[in-house]
Design a protein around this ligand. Structure first.
Ligand code: GDP
Ligand code: K
Ligand code: MG
Length: 296
């Protein structure tokens, strides 16, 4: 009989390399929001991967980048503090993009750490297999990696290999969470992220990152529907107009799409009520940041 293993793993990498996509594959359910916009993920989200012999708790870190305002500072801090608490780091890169300053910046940080680092080369479905060798040589000349694993987070290539290799790296330890638990985040946080995802998806570049979503209440009513009230917070009146849309159409679309995802998540019928509020420059005001849940 082999000993039970468990440990914590951080996923780092520049924006859009596929960290949230990998995490969603790991937990097999949509918990970290995905989009093609950078900096979609703001908070540390944990996903739990459980097998009969092992359990790994994953942390999806916000993209590491040069902070432009206070929210940026917080995002970078979250990413760095995660690196010290873990048993392994997955440094994810995208096979179809050249090594850049962002990657070098992250590697400089990782080098100062004792934690074993896996180089995860994602999006191999987008390149020719012959290109991989050059990528591997380029990165391994920069620092030492415990393992190098090329994958496709969307297609699933080498996913099992990555998990097996990771488990081998985990220390002996107990199962921290029950078998069926995939995240320790409160449901209202995931719900707010799902609404925010739809706002980003439907408004494209018109309402970039100046949007936050707060779930004001979540209650089950008599006919067993979950009644959710949430507020979308923007910085300018013009953005409020875009989000509401002509005759309220945009807000209705956001609500419909978000409701479908939330119903899947909760396994219950949902009645979703959305409000839009303007809060000027909320990103630069520490008190607002705390109100909206971005606490270090
Ligand atoms: P993050 O910012 O690192 O969390 O990146 P996301 O997980 O949000 O992914 C960014 C974009 O890359 C999304 O459009 C994903 O669908 C896409 N993507 C992620 N993994 C892969 C992959 O393995 N192959 C391809 N072709 N696209 C991917
Ligand atoms: K993203
Ligand atoms: Mg992400």
């Amino acid at each position: 009989m082999s000993e039970h293993k468990s440990g914590f793993v951080a996923i780092v990498g520049r924006p859009n390399v596929g960290k949230s996509t990998l995490l969603n594959r790991i937990v097999g359910q949509k918990i970290a929001i995905m989009s093609d916009k950078a900096q979609t993920t703001r908070n540390k989200i944990q996903g739990v991967y459980t097998t009969p012999d092992a359990q790994i708790i994953f942390i999806d870190t916000p993209g590491i980048h040069k902070p432009k305002h206070r929210l940026g500072d917080f995002m970078v801090e979250t990413a760095y503090s995660a690196l010290k608490e873990v048993d392994a780091v997955l440094f994810m890169i995208s096979a179809d993009e050249k090594r850049g300053r962002g990657d070098d910046f992250i590697m400089e940080r990782l080098k100062t750490n004792e934690t074993p680092v896996f180089l995860v080369i994602n999006k191999i479905d987008k390149v020719h297999p012959d290109d991989l060798l050059g990528i591997i040589e380029d990165y391994t000349s920069q620092m030492e990696f415990a393992e190098v694993v090329p994958i496709s987070a969307t297609e699933g290539n080498n996913f099992e290999t990555l998990m097996t290799t990771l488990i081998a790296q985990m220390p002996a330890g107990p199962q921290y969470f029950p078998d069926d638990q995939i995240t320790d985040h409160p449901e209202y946080f995931i719900v707010s992220e799902l609404v925010r995802e739809k706002v980003l998806l439907l408004t494209r570049d018109e309402v970039p990152h100046s949007v936050a979503v707060v779930v004001d209440s979540m209650k089950r009513n008599e006919n067993d529907k979950v009644h959710i009230q949430a507020t979308i917070i923007v910085e300018r009146n013009s953005q409020k107009g875009i989000i509401i849309g002509k005759g309220g159409k945009m807000l209705k679309d956001i609500g419909t799409k978000a409701r479908r995802d939330i119903e899947q998540l909760l396994g219950d019928k949902v009645f979703l009520e959305l409000w839009v509020k303007v809060q000027k420059d909320w990103r630069d005001k520490q008190t607002y940041l705390q109100d909206y849940g971005y606490r270090p």
